[in-house]
Design a protein around this ligand. Structure first.
Ligand code: CUA
Length: 326
């Protein structure tokens, strides 16, 4: 399912500018935005109104000569410096204190590790579970500790009014507390290559008490599924789905449909039969043998998938091939 359509539609029905505020700090961000918008609109109307009034009132006409403008007026000068200064002070205080709150996670925050890479997100939970979507409990502060495997990305959840760059070679962090149950969209907000616009994830806010059950089941999925089913789950969760279709259409990478057992040309001109070893090597060392017609852009999954997970993915890819069932 494309995660974007649903939340954006709901948001546009309830708020003229933004999706429905769904985190504890979102309301404050919106209030400040609307305050600045109202102040700007008010002074725009006053200043432009006065300008047109004076243009009309003091225009040169028969019997009235154009007057040179007065060179100095203390009251006016002080007035138009101090009044905007006061508004600026209010906006700065409001913005800065909100910013400090948004930078300082509460001590009891639940920590999730975030890894961004071209072009998918992965979220690692304290029990070791890795997921392609961000699942969080409602009404609990969540701290994200983030890093990138390649270029600069940016984690952006409009419904939470949350955005933070994700940078290779160092950690950035941010936090939020979701206060609405439901699905929200997570975007990459830093241009990171051809599939940047597809670098999406879903944020699932679980009702009170249901998050722990979800996490336990999600972490133990391998034990309750056949290898093919587990492979399909990994295919969706670990980002393969972003670049590899299962319906035969070419995306950034080759389709998995009927891939196993087929004879394929590589960029170096050699021909290779797609078997278990080729698939395993392509997951761990994607650049070793690249299919002709495709760019060497896949990131390695070395150290990120366990052996049994690689085996499950291979079992899933085999199940998508006619060759395998013969
Ligand atoms: Cu990642 Cu844009």
């Amino acid at each position: 399912m494309n995660p974007t359509s649903h939340s954006i539609l709901i948001g546009s029905l309830t708020d003229p500018f933004f999706p429905k505020p769904s985190s504890t700090s979102a309301g404050n961000v919106d209030d400040l935005f609307y305050f600045i918008l109202a102040v700007s609109a008010f002074f725009f109307a006053v200043i432009v109104g006065a300008m047109f009034l004076f243009i009309f009132k003091y225009r040169e006409r028969p019997g009235v000569d154009a007057q040179p403008s007065p060179s100095h007026n203390n009251l006016l000068e002080v007035g138009w410096s101090v009044v905007p200064g006061l508004f600026l002070g209010v906006i700065f205080y409001w913005g800065f204190t909100s910013y400090l709150d948004m930078r300082q996670p509460p001590d009891n925050s639940y920590e999730i590790q975030v890894t961004a890479k071209k072009w998918s997100w992965s979220f690692t939970y304290p029990n070791g579970h890795v997921d392609n979507n961000l699942h969080v409990p409602i009404d609990k502060p969540v701290r994200l500790v983030m890093s990138s495997d390649d270029v600069i990305h940016s984690l952006y959840i409009p419904s939470f009014r949350l955005k933070m760059d994700v940078i290779p070679g160092r950690y950035t962090s941010t936090w939020f507390e979701a206060n609405s149950v439901g699905d929200f969209v997570l975007f990459c907000a830093e241009y990171c290559g051809t599939q940047h616009s597809q670098m999406l994830a879903k944020v699932v806010v679980h009702p009170s008490g249901e998050f722990d059950t979800w996490l336990e089941n999600a972490a133990n999925f391998m034990e309750t599924m056949t290898p093919e089913q587990a492979g399909e789950t990994l295919y969706q969760r670990r980002g393969c789905i972003q670049c590899h279709s299962v319906d035969g259409s070419a995306k950034t990478g080759p389709s998995f449909l009927d891939a196993y057992g087929s004879l394929q040309s590589m960029t170096d001109g050699t021909q290779i039969k797609v078997d278990e070893n080729y698939l395993r090597e392509s997951i761990l060392e994607p650049q070793a043998k690249v299919r002709a017609g495709y760019k060497p852009v896949m990131p390695t999954y070395q150290g990120q998938l366990k052996n049994e997970e690689i085996a499950a993915l291979i079992a899933y890819i085999k199940s998508l091939s006619k060759e395998a069932s013969q």
